[in-house]
Design a protein around this ligand. Structure first.
Ligand code: SAM
Length: 285
């Protein structure tokens, strides 16, 4: 059976009485070139264990298992399990967890499945939880060598933007705080079944803990970033006083020590400026 062949997929799904769930973001890859490319760019290789989020009928799962030592995949939809039993029958190195990734104990999963291996994440993420999943992975402190994920094209642009640029948002700051992100390639909507209303792109995030702040400073940094970016058009002083109740004078003082005007908006600051700004503010506010 060819997992990217439309006729084979229809026959398989029909036989199992499966219908796509829009709510679970079920758009399965039917272009045969996409999954091998994700696997090859996503560290699916000897010496690696790969965590997949959302298997669908297993088209990416199989490509990962051909290349990596071990694959553990978290899939929420129980209806896919008998289908996966069939499509992945030839791969002894795959384990499926029928769970919601947002509630799954990923640290335990990694410890159980990938002992002695480097760990990568590869996934065609369901659109409705792209940001929460990426934040969960970044904030988790899990030992992840890389995170290679397909997301909506616009989300890719935001995730891979430069901090301080027009496309940048709070999630851009978070991604750059925890590592570096780059776009690998675009995937047009016609590569999926059913075809979504948007195009996609594959990005890769390489986590790098070296830039992380001590925990108290880190908590305050993200409060400042969330507060400041939730009202992007306002100046830093206006946004932070209305969102976090911080006085305008300490904000002006922190901006002045960085050589920035009192009218500065947080969205125009670089990552280093944001860190220095929040550190100053923490001691004065
Ligand atoms: N990897 C497959 C592919 O590329 O064809 C399927 C990708 S599809 C975009 C997303 C998959 O994630 C679906 O199989 C869906 O059931 C699953 N999913 C949705 N929400 C999930 C959640 N909270 N936890 C785990 N899996 C989830």
């Amino acid at each position: 059976m060819e997992l990217t062949n439309i006729r084979d997929i229809r026959e398989l799904l029909g036989r199992h009485g499966f219908s796509f769930s829009k709510g679970l973001g079920q758009n399965f890859i039917i272009d045969p070139t996409v999954c091998p490319k994700i696997a090859e760019n996503g560290n699916a290789a000897p010496g690696w264990g790969v965590l997949e989020i959302g298997t669908g009928i297993g088209v990416l799962t199989a490509e990962l298992a051909k290349r990596a030592d071990r694959v553990a995949a978290v899939e929420i939809d129980q209806r896919l399990l008998p289908i996966l039993d069939e499509t992945l029958a030839g791969f002894p190195n795959i384990k499926i967890y029928n769970e919601d990734v947002m509630k799954c104990d990923l640290a335990k999963l990694i410890e159980t499945e990938f002992s002695g291996l480097n760990v990568a994440v590869c996934a065609n993420l369901p659109y409705y939880i792209t940001s929460p999943v990426i934040m969960l992975l970044l904030e988790s402190g899990l030992p992840l060598g890389s995170i290679t994920v397909m997301v909506q094209k616009e989300a890719a642009q935001r995730l891979c933007a430069e901090v301080g640029s027009r496309d940048s948002g709070a999630i851009t700051v978070a991604v750059n705080y925890y590592g570096t992100a780059r776009k690998l390639f675009n995937v047009p909507r016609g590569c999926f079944m059913p075809s979504p209303n948007v195009d996609s792109a594959v990005i890769r995030i390489d986590p790098d803990p070296s830039g992380q702040l001590p925990s108290e400073e880190e908590r305050f940094f993200f409060r400042v970033v969330r507060g400041g970016f939730s009202q992007r058009r306002k100046t830093a002083a206006n946004a932070l006083s209305s969102q976090l109740g911080i006085g305008k004078e300490p904000v002006y003082a922190a901006l002045r020590t960085l050589g920035l005007p009192e009218s500065a908006r947080l969205e125009s600051l670089t990552l280093d400026e944001l860190k220095a700004f929040s550190r100053k503010l923490l001691v004065t506010a």
